[in-house]
Design a protein around this ligand. Structure first.
Ligand code: IMP
Length: 442
């Protein structure tokens, strides 16, 4: 059986915690998109692990797969594996030979283009990890894949074609002087060695075959989406998006497991009880209109630890945006929801949600297709009575009925609006601080 975990909002919904929660019954955790722009914190016993590329299940001894839809920075991959080994773990990570490789020039070009765009406020506030430029090269059929690192002749040929173009782009188009990141000989040496290590450790796979065999052998596979639906390259708030598809359909294309197999499993949407956003672009329900809202945003940011895992940037904060969730439910076909961070909102007199939008005299129940129209949307707020601070660990131990009544009203409103049952409610950062209503692999 398969379970696909998808962020329903703008990323940072707490997906890692849910992967971890259901991880015990999982044999393999596969990522299907993105790269080291993702950041997940996994708490295991008294240890905290911050990972950006290695699937979070690897902390618990599961096989982790980086599917062909991922973009892989081998330097990050080996740093994370080495640091997990130093802490006594033995992560088993496989990488699709069809996955594309992030090279140092991709990172440089990411920064150059963000700078160039910032004058016209079109910069996406990227993580600077070279994600967009790597996907550009994939679609432009000039990228370098993990499989190419295993064959030095192919690697050299690919580098000789692409690097002069990249150098010309940086120097002649953007007027930036380039360094070692654009030097064929040094890239060749460094990436050939990465290839050798991948081969020595037997890490590369045909992801579709590898996962298909595990599924045929009745193993449980979890597809771990990174980022979130509203920063999906197709379904998100373009151009303030990432360059891949975090949405559920990409679990098929990004791993080589057919959609009919994935479609017989569960697709769980991860929702944070409010909004947070690390990048740029509009945010209709943002708490930033006046000093009172800003203070409230500060309070939620501090309590919720809303600072980027990868970049450390403070996140922007807003009320829950329900049209955004309706859009996500349709695009992903959620079979269940995990709603996180309701503890962070505890203690507020009232909690609002953006129930719909007003745009040009019309009421909209879902997101408009252009980001410019989305920016013009005025949220139609709905107010809920707040809930008080309680001992959330006790609540987690006692179960759903122990959640304060007003918080349950809030949760049930979300579930009703999305016509999707709640599978889990996150009431704190640890995996034992979760109220579990459904366990998908049972
Ligand atoms: P990139 O993925 O680094 O190219 O960044 C593109 C946009 O996606 C930026 O607005 C980033 O802030 C956002 N983004 C990328 N990864 C994450 C994530 O893991 N969580 C939240 N936002 C992200």
């Amino acid at each position: 059986m398969t379970v696909t975990i998808v962020g329903a909002q703008l990323g940072d919904e707490g997906k890692g915690g849910v992967v971890d929660l259901y991880g015990d019954r999982v044999d393999v955790v596969a990522r299907y998109q993105g790269g080291d722009n993702a950041g997940h914190t996994v708490v295991h016993g008294d240890q905290e692990y911050k990972l950006s590329l290695v699937p979070s299940g690897a902390v618990r001894g599961k096989v982790g797969v980086l599917g062909n839809g991922c973009v892989v920075n081998p330097a990050t991959l080996f740093d994370e594996i080495d640091s997990l080994r130093e802490r006594g773990l033995d992560p088993d990570v496989r990488v699709a030979e069809r996955a594309h490789v992030i090279l140092p020039y991709h990172r440089v070009l990411d920064g150059i283009e963000e700078d160039a765009k910032s004058d016209s406020e079109l910069d996406a506030g990227t993580t600077g990890r070279g994600i967009g430029p790597t996907y550009e090269d994939k679609v432009g059929r000039r990228g370098i894949r993990i499989g190419d690192l295993l064959d030095p002749d192919v690697l050299r040929e690919r580098l000789e074609y692409v690097v002069p173009q990249k150098r010309a782009l940086a120097e002649d188009v953007f007027g930036v002087k380039t360094g070692e990141e654009f030097d064929i000989a040094s890239l060749y040496e460094q990436y050939r060695r990465f290839g050798e290590r991948l081969a020595e450790e037997g890490m590369t796979v045909n992801a579709g075959d590898f996962l298909g065999d595990r599924i045929d052998a009745d193993e449980n596979v979890m597809f771990e989406g990174a980022q979130g639906t509203s920063i999906d390259i197709d379904h998100g708030i373009f151009p303030y998006v990432t360059s891949s598809n975090p949405t559920a359909g990409a679990a098929a294309t990004g791993t080589g497991v057919g959609p009919t197999t994935i479609g017989t499993g569960e697709v769980i949407g991860i929702v944070k009880a409010y909004l947070s956003r690390v990048g740029t672009g509009p945010l209709p329900t943002e708490l930033s209109d006046d000093e009172t809202e800003e203070e409230l945003a500060d309070q939620i940011r501090e309590k919720g630890g809303e600072f980027g895992t990868v970049t450390g940037r403070p996140r922007r904060i807003g009320w829950l945006d329900v049209p955004m969730l309706r859009h996500a439910a349709r695009v992903n076909g959620f079979t269940g929801l995990a709603i996180n961070h309701i503890d962070v909102l505890a203690g507020l007199g009232s909690v609002s949600v953006g129930h719909a939008y007003e745009l040009g005299g019309e009421t909209l129940e879902t997101m408009p297709t252009t980001t410019e129209r989305w920016a013009d949307c005025e949220p139609v707020l709905r107010e809920f009575d707040g809930w008080s601070e309680v001992d959330w660990s006790e609540v987690a131990a006692e179960g759903y009925d122990a959640i304060p009544e007003n918080a349950r009203t809030y949760l049930e409103y979300v579930s009703d609006e999305l016509d999707t049952p709640i599978y889990a409610v996150g009431v704190g950062p640890g995996r034992e601080q979760t109220v579990v209503l459904e366990t998908p692999f049972e």
